[in-house]
Design a protein around this ligand. Structure first.
Ligand SMILES: [Fe+2]
Ligand SMILES: [Fe+2]
Length: 301
């Protein structure tokens, strides 16, 4: 495992590294999603990319639509695929419920909990970074909502700040969307969430649902939406014509620094890349004085 980060510049290495993945949409017997997409193969390709990162993430966060129909077998297939990867990385998995999930089967077959219909929420201490998984799903519907009880629970959790601050992980992003389809399926009553997180230690919101990578701010808090592992929305078309495509899958590397958080898109593609940089090159740079390093790598020749 290569050292996750070295410091040649002014920023100290990230305090925590999170892998943010979304929308796996697995189906029982690996039935093709909408008759087209091989969701298991696409998840497998994503996980192989995760393994090749060569970094040691502190957690893997999956922001919902874990299965397409909430089938028990699909949840079991998901954990069979992801758990060995997470175990090898020694990183916990944080599962978030989406509108395509079903709370009962998700609890029973993914989380080994009682199969109740309560919102699937959880709080994780990732070495001082708090990650709160919210459940914006509404049983029987595809739009999103956080009811008064869940918001009251969140307010209680946030009453005490965490040493490295808090990330919220939820399926429906509290952001506008330029696509009509997601306007209908948006998170409702977003101001209510804004009131709860105002003046708290929430430093970021991780979300999914849109099947393309995007970002914005909500109530002053950065929101990062990861694309899907199953298929993505081809947004290089007029908004009313946007449809899915079996390309452009990606996930995010989220680096939590002392004073900022970055979200970097990792494309899931097979393509040749150069071989100029290596551990040996980094070791060589590290052996130089700052002035010699600048001379060796920054000066135009
Ligand atoms: Fe989805
Ligand atoms: Fe969704």
């Amino acid at each position: 495992m290569v050292a996750a980060s070295v410091q040649f510049g002014q920023h100290a290495p990230a305090r925590r590294t999170i892998l943010h993945l979304s929308d796996t949409h697995l189906l029982a017997d690996n039935a093709p999603l909408v008759g087209t997409y091989d969701t298991a193969a696409n998840l497998d390709a994503t996980l192989r990319r995760v393994e090749r990162l060569g970094t040691q993430p502190d957690a893997l966060v999956f922001t919902g639509d874990l299965t397409d129909l909430g089938e028990p077998e699909a949840y079991r297939a998901l954990r069979d695929a992801v758990e060995p990867v997470a175990e090898a990385l020694d990183a916990p998995i944080i599962w978030v419920a989406g509108n395509h999930d079903e709370r009962g089967p998700m609890r029973k077959h993914l989380l080994d909990r009682e199969p109740t219909e309560e919102p699937v929420v959880s709080v994780h201490d990732i070495g001082g970074l708090r990650i709160v998984a919210l459940d914006s799903s509404v049983p029987g519907w595809h739009h999103g909502e956080l009811d008064a009880a869940q918001l009251a629970w969140l307010a209680e959790v946030l009453a005490e700040p965490a040493p490295l601050g808090t990330l919220l992980a939820m399926h429906h992003p509290p952001l506008p969307c330029h696509l009509p389809v997601f306007d209908i399926l948006e998170l409702r009553d977003q101001p209510a969430l804004g009131e709860v997180i105002a003046d708290t230690d929430v430093r970021g919101i991780l979300a999914g649902h849109l099947h393309y990578s995007t970002s914005g701010t909500f109530a002053g808090v950065p929101v990062s939406v990861a694309a899907a592992t199953c298929y993505t929305m081809d947004i290089s078309r007029p908004a009313v014509e946007v449809n899915g495509m079996d390309a452009g899958q990606s996930f995010h590397l989220t680096h939590v620094y002392a004073d900022t958080i970055t979200h970097s898109v990792v494309p899931v593609v097979e393509a040749p890349s150069g071989d100029f940089f290596s551990q040996e090159w980094v070791d060589h740079m590290a052996s130089l004085t700052p002035e010699a390093r600048l001379e060796a790598f920054s000066r135009k020749r």
